[in-house]
Design a protein around this ligand. Structure first.
Ligand code: UD1
Length: 373
């Protein structure tokens, strides 16, 4: 290709879990500047410094070329605003391909807009299914996959899900996991921060916790049941809890601030601001166990070899349970206590690295795009 017929690609980031998935793609495109003209667009779905900007510096990612600045709102407001804001950008730049990652509202909003404008839509992390259509992310995944022209998957289970839904096999490529590309690239720098040590934490003597799913944090009774089970099950073990802004707001509103400790070293759950990518990776890689309702952490802990307890009834990432370190605890007190005691009863965690979770997923994707897939 010469510089005139370079492939024009727009990649979309919107919310926190998108940044570490797109960063390795940006790096891989930089090695193909003669073939590809790449534009990075941030929808602004996440906008707090700690939810967005800090990730660009931690991941060594250039600032977005365009920020749509759409911010928060109901699902319909947020999705609609992204669609209205991305359309003129696509009109102006007329890309050949749009890349969307994951399952957030920005993903489906941009995919749908681009597809209706005749732009090829590429979905990275396609085919994951929790089979729970009450989850907004499941609807975003189903809708995005059904209109995507190319679907890049992280494992064979995702391929099977897509084939079962009638997606043409020629569109599906099993390439591995871009989130793990980022983890492998940045783990040495993360450990160099010595962030866990700076909090006074000794390796394998503490837990880390994230909670932000609406089903877990928007209902007082559910949140109390989870927090009480954690306090009782962890027997005073120090727990680092970087709270999502919405989770913090709910905790304050529900009057639950007394469940938390102000001195991490003395044990109990220590709530703090969202951490940077490198800081949190250091915390998780040295933890005795990780408790979470996030998707990405289930994958990251599998590669770190750290036991993970998922506080949800289902997972769209079952390979982390069958091959990795993940245990699906459910959200009841009984399920959470059982999972914690199982982790404490086991000495080490045996986990296998899922196939192609090897740091090369972004290279595979960009190679396929440059070869005209
Ligand atoms: C979104 C994704 C979810 C992902 C999560 C990671 C969807 C449907 N959900 O959920 O899949 O796991 O990101 O964090 O896209 N807020 C801030 N500052 C911010 C961003 C959000 O204060 O920078 C607050 C706002 O009050 C906002 C609320 O958090 O209304 C929820 O944000 P939103 O982007 O709607 O969804 P998340 O819960 O973050």
């Amino acid at each position: 290709m010469n510089s005139i017929d370079r492939l024009r690609v727009v990649s979309i980031v919107g919310a926190r879990p998108n940044f570490m998935k797109v960063a390795p793609l940006v790096t891989a495109f930089q090695a193909h500047v003669r073939d590809v003209k790449h534009l990075l667009v941030h929808t602004g779905q996440h906008y707090d410094k700690r939810m967005s900007e800090s990730f660009f510096s931690d991941l060594g990612m250039p600032k977005p070329d365009i920020n749509l600045g759409i911010g928060s709102g109901s699902h319909a407001e947020q999705t609609g605003r992204v669609m209205m804001a991305i359309e003129p950008v696509l009109e102006a730049h007329r890309p050949d391909v749009m890349i969307v990652v994951g399952d957030v509202n920005s993903t489906i909003a941009c995919a749908l807009t681009a597809k209706k404008m005749g732009i090829r839509v590429v979905h990275v992390e396609a085919g994951l299914r929790s089979f729970d259509r009450t989850m907004p992310e499941e609807l975003n995944r189903l809708c995005t996959d059904s209109i995507s022209d190319l679907l890049f998957t992280t494992d064979h289970i995702a391929n099977e899900n897509l084939l079962r839904e009638g997606v043409d096999e020629s569109k599906i490529h099993f390439v591995g996991n871009v989130m793990i590309d980022s983890l492998m690239r940045h783990q040495p720098a993360a450990n160099d921060t010595k962030f866990a040590e700076s909090l006074g934490l000794k390796s394998k003597s503490y837990a880390s916790l994230t909670l932000h799913r609406p089903a877990n944090v928007d209902d007082r009774e559910n949140l109390v049941e989870i927090l009480d089970a954690l306090v009782d099950g962890l027997h005073g073990m120090p727990v680092v809890f970087p709270a999502h802004p919405r989770t913090r707001r709910q905790i304050t509103e529900f009057g639950l601030a007394d469940r938390f400790t102000s001195k991490l070293a003395e044990g109990g759950i220590w709530m703090t601001e969202p951490l940077g990518y490198l800081e949190f990776l250091d915390v998780n890689s040295r933890a005795r166990l990780v408790l979470t309702d996030s998707g990405g952490l289930q994958e990251e802990t599998t590669i770190l070899g750290v036991p993970c307890i998922t506080i949800r009834e289902n997972t769209e990432r079952p390979i982390t349970v069958t091959q990795g370190t993940n245990r699906l605890a459910g959200t009841s007190r009984q399920g959470i206590l059982k999972a914690i005691s199982e982790v404490f009863a086991s000495d080490g965690q045996v986990s296998a690295r899922p196939e192609k979770w090897d740091g090369q997923a972004a290279t595979r994707i960009v190679d396929l795009l440059c070869r005209g897939a």
